[in-house]
Design a protein around this ligand. Structure first.
Ligand code: ZN
Ligand code: ZN
Length: 546
């Protein structure tokens, strides 16, 4: 690494929503900011989650000084165990973020070896040539921070995930004064959250939910079930306040929700009167009009409490008519279909479902366009780099930057893996490093690649055709007719004809063949079936020698 060059290397979160990870480098020193995961899209079958490809950092392991985690959301924390297994350096996080990291590290049996350090918003930390100032930002989880990183090449401001909420539930607004102070010192580059760059105006304050909750709670005849993210601590507090107003008790359902609530209360981020909270089994014995259940599953995940309630498969309790279900979250892009299917099922089972846009029971935790412009005016950066967003969000954010007067040549829209370098106060694009997907499924990390994904997609769409040939060990001649079986490929009444034709096709293609019989047959049967049916099943040929 040459001296006097500051490098910013986005490894995740630029060109996509999720798996945020970034490397900031100067001389022989590297800081990692965030280690997030991304949830799979509908066509990524069998994938549990996706982590950033941080292969690039493994060659530079000795230079890495620290991992800084901006807040407790999965897209910033979820890959911590995967990263720590390879790169065990000190981790810095605020108390709540640290608590949420500890839960993950304990699950991965890494808690004892992890070097966790607590920092508070407002504190300053020196790490090698970097001076990191943590400043508070409002978001949809408490205790989030942005970073002011002073390097020998200049001051970099990283927004984290933020919004400008003047009346947040925890009464702790974004640290505007600090942002202004950075501007006074001169900011080389601003890296800012682009998630809502296509939303005009201002993101509403979390307070607007209070009124929507009050209205829904007052009108509810039976039980109230509020579904949201397990990390949405402020939403738990808002539901609790609404419950108190209508003399109901509240119970947490599910492990992640219960664990997060317990930790947030212990650390002082969730203020709930003791007599308001009851255990679930007690709540279920109380009159329906006296309880509020707080659960996960707002994304319609089939294995979540709400997912199981929607299909009548929840163990502890079932949905009943008179129940009011409030979905207090937005579908994550890609989840819309699942969420709406779950809402339909909940209605079908007799519940009244309240969701956005029926009532404002959720607001975003991310800044909209006017807040983005205000951030730029507060920080006054020389260069602007949009982060956290799909390419369309990054591009929109770049246009906003131009609108407020940042010249287009000082704006760098880049995607994962594109290094950005600062030499003598000027920005240049550096080399490209891998910045793709590493899939994690039940069997492990990185065992599944795009080829496997394509095979799974083919299987799910057009089914599978299995061919078995019995061959004479000596002569190689076919013994009996080929056996052809299909699953998920074709209607039963059409199957006989197509499969019989396939058998004939195989027998004919065996004549005069040479080379790899198995591979050739798979290819030719695939082509044959496509010509016959217009579908492309997954074809698998086995040869048995007798
Ligand atoms: Zn976040
Ligand atoms: Zn995020």
């Amino acid at each position: 690494m040459s001296e006097k060059v500051l490098r910013i290397v986005p490894l995740g979160g630029l060109g996509e929503i999720g798996k945020n990870m970034m490397s900031i480098e100067y001389g022989n020193n590297i800081l990692i900011v965030d280690t997030g995961i991304m949830f799979p899209e509908n066509d990524m079958l069998g994938i549990d989650y996706i982590i950033p490809d941080f292969q690039y950092l493994l060659d530079k392991r000795d230079l890495i000084r620290a991992i800084i985690v901006t807040h407790g959301h999965e897209d910033h924390t979820g890959a911590i165990s995967h990263v720590l297994q390879q790169i065990n350096v000190p981790i810095y996080a605020t108390p709540l973020t640290r608590g949420l990291l500890e839960v993950k590290l304990a699950r991965g049996r890494l808690l004892h070896s992890a070097q966790l350090n607590t920092i508070q918003a407002g504190e300053t930390l020196r790490i090698g040539p970097f001076t990191v100032e943590f400043f508070h930002v409002c978001h949809s989880i408490p205790d989030g921070v942005g970073l002011g990183i002073t390097t020998p090449a200049g001051l970099i401001v990283h927004s984290g995930d933020y919004k400008f909420d003047h009346t947040p539930v925890d009464n702790w607004p974004t640290d505007y004064a600090k942002l202004g102070e950075f501007a006074g010192r001169g900011v080389l580059a601003l890296l800012a959250d682009s998630t809502n760059a296509d939303k005009p105006g201002w993101t509403p304050s979390e307070r607007v939910i209070d009124a929507a909750f009050d209205a829904a709670f007052q009108g509810a005849p039976g039980r109230i079930i509020v579904a949201t993210f397990a990390s949405l601590i402020s939403r738990m507090e808002q539901a609790a306040r609404a419950a108190q107003k209508v003399q109901r008790k509240m119970a947490f359902v599910g492990t992640s929700m219960t664990e997060n609530a317990r930790m947030a209360r212990k650390l002082g981020y969730l203020d709930l009167p003791d007599d308001l909270i009851v255990p679930l089994d007690q709540a279920l014995r109380m009159p329906d009009s006296k309880i509020v259940l707080m659960s996960t599953g707002s994304q319609g995940e089939p294995s979540s409490i709400l997912g199981r309630l929607s299909t009548g498969q929840n163990r502890q309790f079932d949905l009943q008519s008179g129940d009011t279900v409030i979905l207090s979250s937005h579908p994550i892009p890609g989840n819309e279909e699942t969420v709406y299917r779950t809402i339909n099922r909940l209605f079908k089972r007799g519940a009244n479902v309240i969701y956005e846009p029926i009532a404002p029971v959720h607001v975003s935790g991310h800044a909209s366009q006017e807040e983005m412009k205000l951030l730029m005016h507060l920080v006054k950066p020389k260069f602007f780099i949009p982060i956290h967003g799909e390419l369309r969000h990054l591009k929109q954010h770049a246009s906003l930057a131009q609108e407020v007067g940042i010249p287009s040549e000082n704006i760098a829209v880049v995607e994962n893996g594109q290094m950005i370098e600062f030499h003598d106060g000027e920005l240049a694009l550096g080399e490209r490093v891998p910045g793709g997907y590493v899939f994690v499924d039940g069997s492990g990390v990185g065992d599944v690649d795009h080829r496997v994904m394509r095979e799974r997609e083919m299987l799910s769409r057009d089914g599978v055709v299995l061919v078995n040939l019995m061959l004479d060990r000596q002569t190689g001649y076919l013994l009996g007719d080929p056996e052809v079986i299909s699953r998920g490929f074709i209607y039963e009444q059409d199957a006989g004809e197509v499969l019989a034709a396939t058998v004939m096709h195989i027998i004919n293609s065996l004549e005069g063949h040479n080379g790899n019989l198995q591979k050739e047959l798979e290819q030719s049967v695939k082509t044959f079936l496509y010509n016959e049916t217009g579908r492309r099943p997954y074809v698998f040929v086995t040869l048995t020698h007798a």
